[in-house]
Design a protein around this ligand. Structure first.
Ligand SMILES: [Cu+2]
Length: 141
């Protein structure tokens, strides 16, 4: 009697173990898929990822006054004008260095760069080609 009972118990345990392994495999696959999706696109809900889109016209930034939170900010700057422009954040006094797009953003193209702000305050940015008109501010709150 007892041998028969334990034999059955082990068989059931073996089936359960197989089911657990299968479940672990399939859920692992799902997690990988979901992870890939969130990596490809920055979402505002995921921690501190911040993206700011700015359009450059002849000769102004739109928007020109921006508010961000402390941390890393990705700027997507699109040159919608006919002239060349850039976006140069003059943050040396606040952060120890300036941040900038590439030196020249050609008409009709977009550049992307990341700046990290560690202190609250207001920082100015400019287009090096169109001072003093083409300027703006970043408020870090
Ligand atoms: Cu400009």
């Amino acid at each position: 009697m007892s041998m028969k009972y334990w034999g059955r118990a082990f068989a059931v345990a073996g089936l359960l173990a197989s089911a657990v392994v299968l479940a672990a495999c399939s859920s692992g696959g799902d997690a990988k898929k979901n992870g890939g999706g969130s990596e490809s696109k920055a979402s505002s809900g995921a921690g501190k990822a911040q993206t700011v889109a700015i359009t450059m016209k002849d000769n102004a930034f739109d928007p020109k006054d921006i508010t961000v939170e402390e941390g890393a900010v990705t700027f997507e700057v699109k040159n919608a004008g006919a002239a060349i422009h850039n976006m140069h954040i003059t943050s040396t006094a606040a952060e120890g260095k300036d941040f900038s797009s590439k030196p020249i953003i050609e008409a009709g193209t977009t550049d992307k760069f990341t700046a990290t702000f560690t202190k609250k305050g207001t920082i100015k940015f400019q287009c090096d080609f169109h001072l003093p008109d083409m300027v703006g501010t970043i408020t870090v709150k």
